[in-house]
Design a protein around this ligand. Structure first.
Ligand code: SAH
Length: 389
Protein backbone atom coordinates (compact mmCIF):
# COMPACT_ATOMS: atom_id res chain seq x y z
CA UNK A 1 0.00 0.00 0.00
CA UNK A 2 1.32 3.45 -0.82
CA UNK A 3 2.26 5.60 2.16
CA UNK A 4 0.97 9.16 2.53
CA UNK A 5 4.01 10.65 0.77
CA UNK A 6 3.61 8.25 -2.13
CA UNK A 7 -0.09 9.03 -2.45
CA UNK A 8 0.72 12.70 -2.45
CA UNK A 9 3.40 12.24 -5.14
CA UNK A 10 1.09 10.20 -7.40
CA UNK A 11 -1.71 12.66 -6.72
CA UNK A 12 0.51 15.59 -7.71
CA UNK A 13 1.34 14.17 -11.12
CA UNK A 14 -2.24 13.00 -11.64
CA UNK A 15 -3.47 16.53 -10.95
CA UNK A 16 -0.91 17.94 -13.41
CA UNK A 17 -1.97 15.43 -16.07
CA UNK A 18 -5.70 16.08 -15.56
CA UNK A 19 -5.11 19.79 -15.89
CA UNK A 20 -2.96 19.28 -18.99
CA UNK A 21 -5.59 17.06 -20.62
CA UNK A 22 -8.27 19.66 -19.87
CA UNK A 23 -6.08 22.27 -21.57
CA UNK A 24 -4.54 20.34 -24.49
CA UNK A 25 -6.97 17.47 -24.96
CA UNK A 26 -6.22 13.76 -24.49
CA UNK A 27 -2.50 12.89 -24.47
CA UNK A 28 -0.90 10.46 -26.89
CA UNK A 29 0.57 7.49 -25.00
CA UNK A 30 4.16 8.67 -25.53
CA UNK A 31 3.40 12.07 -24.02
CA UNK A 32 1.78 10.35 -21.04
CA UNK A 33 4.75 7.97 -20.57
CA UNK A 34 7.21 10.85 -20.92
CA UNK A 35 5.46 12.78 -18.16
CA UNK A 36 5.33 9.71 -15.90
CA UNK A 37 9.03 8.95 -16.36
CA UNK A 38 10.68 12.32 -16.82
CA UNK A 39 8.61 14.98 -15.04
CA UNK A 40 11.43 16.74 -13.17
CA UNK A 41 9.58 16.91 -9.85
CA UNK A 42 7.23 13.90 -9.91
CA UNK A 43 8.51 11.59 -12.67
CA UNK A 44 9.63 8.02 -12.00
CA UNK A 45 13.31 8.71 -12.75
CA UNK A 46 13.40 11.48 -10.14
CA UNK A 47 12.67 8.90 -7.43
CA UNK A 48 15.42 7.85 -5.04
CA UNK A 49 14.79 4.08 -5.16
CA UNK A 50 14.02 2.41 -8.48
CA UNK A 51 16.25 -0.52 -9.37
CA UNK A 52 17.14 -3.29 -6.92
CA UNK A 53 15.59 -5.19 -4.05
CA UNK A 54 14.55 -2.06 -2.18
CA UNK A 55 13.12 -0.54 -5.35
CA UNK A 56 10.71 -1.77 -7.98
CA UNK A 57 12.49 -4.17 -10.30
CA UNK A 58 15.66 -6.21 -10.69
CA UNK A 59 17.73 -6.46 -13.87
CA UNK A 60 20.20 -9.07 -15.15
CA UNK A 61 23.35 -7.32 -13.89
CA UNK A 62 21.76 -7.13 -10.43
CA UNK A 63 21.00 -10.86 -10.53
CA UNK A 64 24.53 -12.13 -11.18
CA UNK A 65 27.95 -10.53 -11.49
CA UNK A 66 28.68 -13.03 -14.26
CA UNK A 67 26.40 -11.04 -16.57
CA UNK A 68 28.44 -7.82 -16.48
CA UNK A 69 31.68 -9.77 -16.52
CA UNK A 70 30.78 -11.54 -19.76
CA UNK A 71 29.77 -8.22 -21.31
CA UNK A 72 33.10 -6.74 -20.24
CA UNK A 73 34.91 -9.55 -22.03
CA UNK A 74 32.65 -9.03 -25.06
CA UNK A 75 33.69 -5.36 -25.10
CA UNK A 76 37.38 -6.26 -24.98
CA UNK A 77 37.05 -8.77 -27.81
CA UNK A 78 34.96 -6.32 -29.85
CA UNK A 79 37.63 -3.65 -29.32
CA UNK A 80 40.19 -6.07 -30.75
CA UNK A 81 37.90 -6.68 -33.71
CA UNK A 82 37.85 -2.91 -34.27
CA UNK A 83 41.62 -3.01 -34.63
CA UNK A 84 42.50 -2.27 -30.98
CA UNK A 85 42.22 1.54 -31.33
CA UNK A 86 44.33 3.45 -28.79
CA UNK A 87 41.27 5.44 -27.71
CA UNK A 88 37.86 3.88 -27.27
CA UNK A 89 34.66 5.48 -26.04
CA UNK A 90 33.11 2.86 -23.77
CA UNK A 91 29.56 4.12 -23.52
CA UNK A 92 26.71 2.77 -21.43
CA UNK A 93 23.16 3.99 -21.98
CA UNK A 94 21.02 3.95 -18.85
CA UNK A 95 23.58 2.34 -16.53
CA UNK A 96 21.14 1.93 -13.62
CA UNK A 97 23.12 1.27 -10.45
CA UNK A 98 26.43 1.03 -12.37
CA UNK A 99 26.69 -2.67 -11.58
CA UNK A 100 27.13 -3.89 -15.14
CA UNK A 101 29.92 -1.40 -15.83
CA UNK A 102 31.66 -2.21 -12.56
CA UNK A 103 31.61 -5.95 -13.26
CA UNK A 104 32.57 -5.42 -16.92
CA UNK A 105 35.61 -3.29 -16.02
CA UNK A 106 36.73 -5.80 -13.42
CA UNK A 107 36.59 -8.68 -15.90
CA UNK A 108 38.34 -6.58 -18.54
CA UNK A 109 41.41 -6.33 -16.32
CA UNK A 110 42.39 -9.54 -18.05
CA UNK A 111 43.08 -7.27 -21.07
CA UNK A 112 45.02 -4.26 -19.72
CA UNK A 113 45.54 -2.77 -23.21
CA UNK A 114 41.76 -2.53 -23.57
CA UNK A 115 41.44 -0.73 -20.23
CA UNK A 116 44.24 1.64 -21.25
CA UNK A 117 42.30 2.60 -24.35
CA UNK A 118 38.86 2.87 -22.73
CA UNK A 119 37.24 6.15 -21.66
CA UNK A 120 33.99 5.54 -19.81
CA UNK A 121 30.92 7.58 -20.78
CA UNK A 122 27.63 7.09 -18.96
CA UNK A 123 24.40 8.40 -20.50
CA UNK A 124 21.92 8.80 -17.64
CA UNK A 125 18.84 10.91 -17.09
CA UNK A 126 18.21 10.20 -13.40
CA UNK A 127 20.11 12.37 -10.89
CA UNK A 128 19.51 9.76 -8.20
CA UNK A 129 20.99 6.98 -10.33
CA UNK A 130 23.95 9.13 -11.37
CA UNK A 131 24.83 9.40 -7.69
CA UNK A 132 24.50 5.64 -7.24
CA UNK A 133 26.67 5.01 -10.32
CA UNK A 134 29.32 7.31 -8.96
CA UNK A 135 29.39 5.38 -5.69
CA UNK A 136 29.40 1.99 -7.38
CA UNK A 137 32.24 2.88 -9.71
CA UNK A 138 34.32 4.94 -7.32
CA UNK A 139 34.69 2.77 -4.29
CA UNK A 140 37.41 0.22 -4.67
CA UNK A 141 36.11 -2.37 -2.24
CA UNK A 142 32.43 -2.63 -2.87
CA UNK A 143 30.45 -5.76 -2.41
CA UNK A 144 28.53 -6.94 -5.44
CA UNK A 145 24.85 -6.03 -5.42
CA UNK A 146 23.96 -9.49 -6.62
CA UNK A 147 22.17 -12.47 -5.11
CA UNK A 148 25.51 -13.91 -4.08
CA UNK A 149 26.49 -10.70 -2.46
CA UNK A 150 28.73 -12.27 0.11
CA UNK A 151 30.89 -14.04 -2.44
CA UNK A 152 34.40 -12.64 -2.33
CA UNK A 153 34.52 -9.97 -4.98
CA UNK A 154 37.90 -8.89 -6.24
CA UNK A 155 38.57 -5.22 -5.50
CA UNK A 156 35.78 -3.92 -7.64
CA UNK A 157 36.54 -0.30 -8.30
CA UNK A 158 37.42 1.45 -11.48
CA UNK A 159 40.89 0.90 -12.73
CA UNK A 160 42.78 4.13 -11.90
CA UNK A 161 43.91 4.33 -15.52
CA UNK A 162 40.32 4.67 -16.71
CA UNK A 163 39.38 8.20 -17.57
CA UNK A 164 36.66 10.18 -19.21
CA UNK A 165 37.93 13.34 -20.86
CA UNK A 166 37.64 15.41 -17.70
CA UNK A 167 37.95 12.86 -14.96
CA UNK A 168 37.54 9.24 -14.18
CA UNK A 169 34.11 8.97 -15.79
CA UNK A 170 32.01 11.33 -17.88
CA UNK A 171 28.23 11.61 -17.53
CA UNK A 172 25.99 12.82 -20.34
CA UNK A 173 22.32 13.48 -20.89
CA UNK A 174 22.41 12.06 -24.41
CA UNK A 175 24.65 9.96 -26.64
CA UNK A 176 24.96 13.08 -28.81
CA UNK A 177 27.32 14.51 -26.19
CA UNK A 178 29.83 11.66 -26.33
CA UNK A 179 32.97 13.04 -28.04
CA UNK A 180 34.36 11.65 -31.27
CA UNK A 181 36.28 8.43 -31.43
CA UNK A 182 35.55 4.79 -32.01
CA UNK A 183 32.88 3.63 -29.61
CA UNK A 184 31.38 0.56 -28.02
CA UNK A 185 27.89 1.21 -26.70
CA UNK A 186 26.12 -1.02 -24.19
CA UNK A 187 22.40 -0.71 -23.49
CA UNK A 188 20.84 -3.15 -21.04
CA UNK A 189 17.11 -2.57 -20.55
CA UNK A 190 17.50 0.94 -21.93
CA UNK A 191 15.37 0.84 -25.08
CA UNK A 192 12.37 -0.60 -23.21
CA UNK A 193 12.41 2.57 -21.10
CA UNK A 194 12.07 4.92 -24.07
CA UNK A 195 8.46 6.11 -24.44
CA UNK A 196 6.24 4.42 -27.02
CA UNK A 197 3.27 5.63 -29.01
CA UNK A 198 0.41 3.20 -29.44
CA UNK A 199 -1.73 3.06 -32.56
CA UNK A 200 -5.00 1.18 -32.28
CA UNK A 201 -7.06 -0.19 -35.18
CA UNK A 202 -10.59 1.08 -34.58
CA UNK A 203 -13.54 1.75 -36.90
CA UNK A 204 -11.58 0.47 -39.89
CA UNK A 205 -8.56 2.74 -39.50
CA UNK A 206 -5.44 3.27 -37.42
CA UNK A 207 -5.87 5.81 -34.68
CA UNK A 208 -3.53 7.33 -32.12
CA UNK A 209 -4.19 5.80 -28.71
CA UNK A 210 -4.61 8.57 -26.16
CA UNK A 211 -4.99 8.99 -22.41
CA UNK A 212 -8.19 10.74 -21.41
CA UNK A 213 -9.99 11.45 -18.14
CA UNK A 214 -13.36 9.78 -17.44
CA UNK A 215 -16.33 11.32 -15.63
CA UNK A 216 -14.98 10.18 -12.25
CA UNK A 217 -11.56 11.77 -12.90
CA UNK A 218 -9.79 8.48 -13.64
CA UNK A 219 -7.36 8.15 -16.52
CA UNK A 220 -8.35 5.81 -19.35
CA UNK A 221 -7.02 4.79 -22.77
CA UNK A 222 -9.21 5.57 -25.79
CA UNK A 223 -8.76 5.71 -29.58
CA UNK A 224 -7.84 9.25 -30.65
CA UNK A 225 -7.48 10.90 -34.05
CA UNK A 226 -6.72 8.88 -37.21
CA UNK A 227 -3.02 8.55 -37.99
CA UNK A 228 -0.90 6.73 -40.56
CA UNK A 229 1.38 4.02 -39.11
CA UNK A 230 5.02 4.94 -39.79
CA UNK A 231 5.83 1.36 -40.80
CA UNK A 232 5.11 -0.64 -43.93
CA UNK A 233 4.15 -4.27 -44.43
CA UNK A 234 1.24 -4.20 -41.99
CA UNK A 235 -1.83 -6.40 -42.30
CA UNK A 236 -4.32 -4.33 -44.36
CA UNK A 237 -7.26 -5.43 -42.21
CA UNK A 238 -6.10 -6.20 -38.69
CA UNK A 239 -8.60 -7.28 -36.03
CA UNK A 240 -10.40 -4.36 -34.39
CA UNK A 241 -8.51 -3.31 -31.28
CA UNK A 242 -5.10 -4.40 -32.63
CA UNK A 243 -2.37 -2.25 -31.07
CA UNK A 244 0.81 -1.26 -32.86
CA UNK A 245 3.68 0.22 -30.85
CA UNK A 246 6.09 2.81 -32.23
CA UNK A 247 9.20 4.05 -30.44
CA UNK A 248 10.65 7.22 -31.98
CA UNK A 249 13.51 7.28 -29.46
CA UNK A 250 15.03 4.28 -31.24
CA UNK A 251 15.12 6.16 -34.55
CA UNK A 252 16.75 9.15 -32.89
CA UNK A 253 19.37 6.97 -31.19
CA UNK A 254 20.18 5.02 -34.37
CA UNK A 255 20.50 8.29 -36.29
CA UNK A 256 22.98 9.53 -33.69
CA UNK A 257 25.02 6.34 -33.98
CA UNK A 258 24.96 6.50 -37.79
CA UNK A 259 26.18 10.10 -37.67
CA UNK A 260 29.36 9.23 -35.82
CA UNK A 261 32.38 9.56 -38.04
CA UNK A 262 34.32 6.70 -36.52
CA UNK A 263 33.25 3.08 -36.27
CA UNK A 264 30.82 2.02 -33.55
CA UNK A 265 29.54 -1.27 -32.19
CA UNK A 266 26.41 -1.20 -30.02
CA UNK A 267 24.97 -4.05 -27.99
CA UNK A 268 21.27 -3.92 -27.15
CA UNK A 269 20.03 -6.31 -24.49
CA UNK A 270 16.35 -6.12 -23.80
CA UNK A 271 13.05 -7.92 -23.59
CA UNK A 272 10.67 -8.39 -26.48
CA UNK A 273 10.01 -10.56 -29.52
CA UNK A 274 12.57 -11.28 -32.24
CA UNK A 275 9.94 -11.32 -35.00
CA UNK A 276 7.26 -8.83 -36.03
CA UNK A 277 4.46 -8.56 -33.48
CA UNK A 278 1.53 -6.39 -32.57
CA UNK A 279 -0.20 -6.01 -29.19
CA UNK A 280 -0.33 -3.76 -26.17
CA UNK A 281 2.84 -4.38 -24.13
CA UNK A 282 2.92 -1.22 -22.03
CA UNK A 283 3.62 -2.41 -18.51
CA UNK A 284 4.00 -0.86 -15.10
CA UNK A 285 6.05 -2.46 -12.35
CA UNK A 286 6.09 -1.31 -8.79
CA UNK A 287 7.64 -2.93 -5.72
CA UNK A 288 8.32 -6.07 -7.81
CA UNK A 289 4.66 -6.49 -8.82
CA UNK A 290 2.62 -5.65 -11.92
CA UNK A 291 0.63 -2.45 -11.68
CA UNK A 292 -1.91 -0.62 -13.83
CA UNK A 293 0.08 1.79 -16.08
CA UNK A 294 -2.57 4.48 -15.50
CA UNK A 295 -3.10 3.99 -11.78
CA UNK A 296 -0.23 5.81 -10.11
CA UNK A 297 1.56 8.08 -12.59
CA UNK A 298 5.19 8.64 -11.63
CA UNK A 299 5.30 5.89 -9.02
CA UNK A 300 5.76 2.87 -11.28
CA UNK A 301 8.38 2.00 -13.87
CA UNK A 302 6.76 2.07 -17.31
CA UNK A 303 8.30 0.02 -20.12
CA UNK A 304 7.23 -1.84 -23.26
CA UNK A 305 8.63 -4.60 -25.45
CA UNK A 306 11.50 -3.87 -27.78
CA UNK A 307 10.60 -5.13 -31.27
CA UNK A 308 13.95 -6.41 -32.46
CA UNK A 309 12.75 -7.03 -35.99
CA UNK A 310 11.67 -3.41 -36.37
CA UNK A 311 14.83 -2.17 -34.63
CA UNK A 312 16.98 -4.15 -37.11
CA UNK A 313 15.05 -2.69 -40.06
CA UNK A 314 15.50 0.83 -38.76
CA UNK A 315 19.22 0.28 -38.10
CA UNK A 316 19.78 -0.95 -41.68
CA UNK A 317 17.77 1.95 -43.04
CA UNK A 318 20.06 4.28 -41.07
CA UNK A 319 23.09 2.74 -42.81
CA UNK A 320 24.22 0.42 -40.03
CA UNK A 321 24.75 -3.36 -40.05
CA UNK A 322 22.98 -5.74 -37.66
CA UNK A 323 24.10 -8.95 -35.94
CA UNK A 324 21.53 -11.17 -34.23
CA UNK A 325 19.26 -11.12 -32.38
CA UNK A 326 20.02 -14.14 -30.23
CA UNK A 327 18.06 -15.14 -27.16
CA UNK A 328 19.79 -14.13 -23.93
CA UNK A 329 20.41 -17.81 -23.12
CA UNK A 330 22.09 -18.40 -26.49
CA UNK A 331 24.11 -15.19 -26.26
CA UNK A 332 25.38 -15.87 -22.73
CA UNK A 333 25.94 -19.54 -23.58
CA UNK A 334 28.17 -18.63 -26.52
CA UNK A 335 30.08 -16.17 -24.32
CA UNK A 336 30.88 -19.03 -21.96
CA UNK A 337 28.55 -18.43 -19.00
CA UNK A 338 28.71 -22.08 -17.92
CA UNK A 339 32.50 -22.07 -17.62
CA UNK A 340 32.59 -18.71 -15.90
CA UNK A 341 29.91 -19.71 -13.39
CA UNK A 342 31.72 -23.00 -12.67
CA UNK A 343 34.91 -21.17 -11.92
CA UNK A 344 33.15 -18.72 -9.64
CA UNK A 345 31.43 -21.60 -7.81
CA UNK A 346 34.69 -23.52 -7.42
CA UNK A 347 36.32 -20.43 -5.93
CA UNK A 348 33.34 -19.83 -3.60
CA UNK A 349 31.92 -23.26 -2.73
CA UNK A 350 29.75 -21.86 0.07
CA UNK A 351 28.03 -19.55 -2.40
CA UNK A 352 27.69 -22.13 -5.15
CA UNK A 353 23.93 -22.75 -4.78
CA UNK A 354 23.19 -19.02 -4.97
CA UNK A 355 25.49 -18.51 -7.94
CA UNK A 356 23.92 -21.47 -9.73
CA UNK A 357 20.37 -20.26 -9.04
CA UNK A 358 21.16 -16.76 -10.30
CA UNK A 359 22.72 -18.06 -13.51
CA UNK A 360 19.78 -20.40 -14.08
CA UNK A 361 17.45 -17.44 -13.71
CA UNK A 362 19.33 -15.59 -16.49
CA UNK A 363 19.15 -18.66 -18.72
CA UNK A 364 15.62 -19.85 -17.89
CA UNK A 365 13.92 -21.21 -21.04
CA UNK A 366 10.54 -20.05 -19.76
CA UNK A 367 11.76 -16.70 -18.44
CA UNK A 368 14.64 -14.31 -19.01
CA UNK A 369 16.64 -16.75 -21.13
CA UNK A 370 14.18 -16.52 -24.02
CA UNK A 371 12.16 -13.36 -23.35
CA UNK A 372 15.35 -11.28 -23.43
CA UNK A 373 17.37 -10.90 -26.62
CA UNK A 374 20.79 -9.59 -27.54
CA UNK A 375 21.31 -7.75 -30.80
CA UNK A 376 24.29 -5.78 -32.06
CA UNK A 377 24.33 -2.83 -34.42
CA UNK A 378 27.64 -1.80 -35.98
CA UNK A 379 29.23 0.40 -38.58
CA UNK A 380 29.34 -1.36 -41.93
CA UNK A 381 33.12 -1.03 -42.04
CA UNK A 382 33.44 -3.45 -39.10
CA UNK A 383 33.37 -7.22 -39.52
CA UNK A 384 30.42 -9.18 -38.01
CA UNK A 385 30.66 -9.34 -34.24
CA UNK A 386 31.13 -12.29 -31.92
CA UNK A 387 29.27 -14.23 -30.67
CA UNK A 388 26.65 -13.64 -33.34
CA UNK A 389 28.65 -15.33 -36.09
N1 SAH B 1 20.97 -0.80 -17.43
C1 SAH B 1 20.53 -0.82 -16.05
C2 SAH B 1 19.27 0.02 -15.81
C3 SAH B 1 18.07 -0.26 -16.65
S1 SAH B 1 16.70 0.78 -16.22
C4 SAH B 1 20.33 -2.22 -15.58
O1 SAH B 1 20.26 -3.12 -16.42
O2 SAH B 1 20.22 -2.43 -14.38
C5 SAH B 1 16.80 2.11 -17.37
C6 SAH B 1 17.95 3.03 -17.17
O3 SAH B 1 17.92 4.01 -18.21
C7 SAH B 1 17.96 3.83 -15.88
O4 SAH B 1 19.29 4.04 -15.50
C8 SAH B 1 17.28 5.14 -16.31
O5 SAH B 1 17.51 6.17 -15.44
C9 SAH B 1 17.89 5.32 -17.67
N2 SAH B 1 17.14 6.12 -18.63
C10 SAH B 1 15.84 5.97 -18.98
N3 SAH B 1 15.51 6.80 -19.97
C11 SAH B 1 16.63 7.49 -20.29
C12 SAH B 1 16.94 8.51 -21.25
N4 SAH B 1 16.01 8.96 -22.07
N5 SAH B 1 18.19 8.98 -21.30
C13 SAH B 1 19.15 8.51 -20.46
N6 SAH B 1 18.91 7.55 -19.53
C14 SAH B 1 17.68 7.05 -19.44
Amino acid sequence: MPGPEERQAAGALLAILRERIAREGPLPVDAYVRACLFDPAHGYWSRPETIGKAGDFVTAPEISQVYGELIGLWCAVTWQGMGSPSLLRLVELGPGRGTLMRDALRAARAMPAFLDAARVHLVEVSPALRAVQQRTLASSRQKPASTHASAPHPAAGVDPRLRGDDGPIAWHGSVKEVPEGQAIIIANEFLDALPIRQLVFADGEWRERVVDVDASGRLRLVPGPPTAPPVTGLDAAPAPGTVLEVRAGEDALLAQLALRRQPIAALFLDYGPAGAATGDTLQAVRAHAWADPLAAPGLADLTAHVHFDGLAHKARAAGLAVDGPLTQAEFLGRLGIAERASRLMAANPQQAPGIEAAVQRLLSPTGMGTLFKAMAVRSRSLPPLVPFV
